[in-house]
Write a protein that binds this ligand. Structure first.
Ligand code: EPZ
Length: 418
C-alpha cells in the first residue's frame, strides 16, 4: 500500500484544472445501459471508482475505450444482469445498475453493498421506489434479486429523505416505464441535473431539473448519448479549502463556481478571499483565519462531502467552530486522526466543537474514508513539520491525481511505497 508524505508550511501558488465529477460519472456510466450502441462521455475523471464501475459494466457485456478524458461505452452486447459481490463490495454506487438493468432487461441481481465507514447507508428508498414501479424483489444470499413482469409502470414516489442515488436509480428506471412517474422530495444535487440532461438527450421526457419534484413521461426506447460530465464541485471545494489552510493564491479552471453556493460565504466569513468568474475561481488564503459554524444539509446546503476538509481548516483558525453533520451517522472518523496532529476537537453526537489553536503538528495518520483522507491532506499542507498519511487507496477512489496537482502548485507532497 502507498502513503503520502507532506512537508507542511509551503503556500500554494498557481493554477489547477478541475476534473469531471466522480458523483456524476458513476450514474452517467450506468445510464449507458439504458440504450444499446456507442455512448460518448466527455470530461470523465480517471478514478478508482470509475474504473470499478467500468469493470462492472464489462462483466455485464459492455465494451469501452478511453481517449484522454473521453469515454466511449458500447452496451450493445449486454448479456448479464448480475453485479457480483466482488465488485459491489468495493463501491456502493454499484447499486446504480439496478434501475438501468430492470428497465433494459426486466431483471437485476445486485449484491447488497454492505457497510461503509461513514454509516449504514441502507438502500431501502431505492427498493421501495422500484416496488412502486411494479418490481418484485427478494434478498437471496446477500443479493437483491429483482424482476419486473413486463415493463415498469409509472407511479408517484415520495422519498423520506432526498437521497441522491435513490433519486438517480428511480429516474433511470422510470424513463422506460409505461406511463408517468412523479418523484417527490427528490435530491437536487447538480450531478442529478447532469443525469437528467443525459437522459433527455437520449430521448427521455423528464421535467423538473434541479427541483425537488421530477416528472418522467416513460418512452419505449432511448438512443445512445453524447454528454459532458459536470466539473467536480467537491474537488473544487477541497482545493479552495487547501489554499485557505496552506496560504498562497490559487486559480481553479474548468470548474463551475455556481455549483458551490454554500461554501464561499463560509470561507469569506473565515477570512479567506474568494473570487468567482464564469469557469474559474480565485482563492487567496493569507490572513488570520476565524472560526465559522458549519451544518451539512442536502443541496444547495453545505455539502457533507466537504465537512471533513472544513474541519481541518478550522483547526488553523483562532476561535471556536461548531460543525454539525446531519446526513451520515458516522462521519467524524477524521477527528481522531486530526487529534494526533494536536487538534482540540470535542465530539458530542452529530456535532463537533473545534477549538482552533492556529496550527497543527505533522504526524503519522491513517485515512479512514475518501473525504477524511482529503481532510488529512489539507491538515498536512498547513501543519508544522512532516505528515505521513497511510491507506491512501481511499483517496484514489475520488481524486484524479491529487498529489500531482498539489505538487505542481508548490506543495511539498509525494507518494511513497509504505
Ligand atoms: C451520495 O451518496 C454521494 N455518492 C455521497 O458521496 C454523498 O455524500 C451523498 O450522496 C450525500 O450528498 C454518490 O453520489 C455516488 P444519500 P448516497 O442516499 O446517494 C440515507 C463521496 O464522498 N438513505 O443521499 O448514498 C443515507 O443513509 C460520497 O463522494 C437511506 O436511509 O447518499 C444517508 O443518511 C460519500 N436509505 C441519507 O439518506 C436509502 O435508501 C442521504 O444519503 C438511501 C439513503
Amino acid at each position: 500500500m502507498d502513503k503520502i508524505v507532506i512537508e507542511g508550511g509551503h503556500p500554494l501558488e498557481g493554477e489547477i484544472r478541475i476534473s469531471g465529477a466522480k458523483n456524476a460519472a458513476l450514474p452517467l456510466i450506468c445510464a449507458c445501459l439504458l440504450a444499446p450502441g456507442p455512448h460518448v462521455l466527455e470530461n470523465v475523471p480517471d478514478l478508482r471508482d470509475t474504473r470499478t464501475m467500468l469493470a462492472l459494466l464489462e462483466a455485464l457485456g459492455t465494451t469501452w475505450q478511453r481517449e484522454g478524458d473521453t469515454l466511449t461505452i458500447d452496451t450493445s452486447g449486454l448479456h448479464s444482469f448480475e453485479a457480483s459481490y466482488d465488485l459491489v463490495k468495493t463501491m456502493r454506487a454499484s447499486v446504480l445498475v439496478l434501475g438501468p438493468l430492470l428497465a433494459r432487461m426486466g431483471r437485476a441481481r445486485v449484491s447488497l453493498p454492505g457497510g461503509c465507514a461513514i454509516g449504514a447507508r441502507p438502500i431501502n428508498f431505492h427498493l421501495q421506489g422500484f416496488e412502486q414501479l411494479g418490481v418484485t424483489h427478494q434478498l437471496d444470499q446477500g443479493y437483491v434479486d429483482a424482476v419486473v413482469a413486463d415493463r415498469m409502470r409509472g407511479a408517484t414516489i415520495c422519498f423520506d429523505i432526498p437521497s441522491v442515488t435513490a433519486t438517480e436509480n428511480i429516474l433511470m428506471g422510470a424513463v422506460l416505464a409505461q406511463g408517468t412517474t412523479i418523484i417527490k422530495n427528490a435530491a437536487r444535487e447538480p450531478e442529478i441535473g447532469n443525469l437528467v440532461d443525459m437522459l433527455n438527450g437520449m430521448g427521455a421526457r423528464i421535467k423538473g431539473r434541479d427541483l425537488d419534484t421530477l416528472q418522467i413521461e416513460g418512452v419505449r426506447q432511448l438512443q445512445p448519448a453524447r454528454i459532458r460530465i459536470v466539473p467536480d464541485r467537491i474537488e473544487t471545494g477541497t482545493f479552495l479549502i487547501a489554499a485557505a489552510a496552506a496560504g498562497g493564491e490559487l486559480t481553479l479552471t474548468n470548474c463551475d463556481p455556481s455549483l458551490l453556493p454554500s461554501l464561499y460565504e463560509k470561507l469569506r466569513a473565515a477570512g479567506v478571499k474568494v473570487r468567482e468568474e464564469r469557469e474559474r475561481l480565485h482563492v487567496a488564503g493569507n490572513g488570520q483565519l476565524r472560526g465559522v459554524d458549519i451544518k451539512t444539509m442536502p443541496y444547495p446546503g453545505f455539502p457533507t462531502d466537504l465537512q471533513a476538509q472544513m474541519m481541518a481548516l478550522m483547526c488553523f483558525s483562532r476561535g471556536l467552530s461548531l460543525i454539525t453533520e446531519t446526513i451520515f451517522e458516522n462521519r467524524f472518523m477524521h477527528v481522531a486522526e486530526l487529534r494526533r496532529m494536536g487538534a482540540d476537537i470535542r465530539v458530542d453526537g452529530h456535532s463537533a466543537i473545534v477549538n482552533g489553536t492556529g496550527t497543527l503538528r505533522g504526524a503519522k495518520v491513517m485515512a479512514t474514508d475518501l473525504r477524511a483522507s482529503a481532510s488529512l491532506v489539507v491538515a498536512g499542507l498547513a501543519a508544522q513539520g512532516v505528515t505521513e498519511i497511510s491507506r491512501v487507496y481511499h483517496l484514489d477512489r475520488g481524486y484524479d491525481n491529487l498529489v500531482g496537482k498539489l505538487a505542481a502548485v508548490g506543495a511539498h507532497i509525494q507518494r511513497e511505497k509504505e
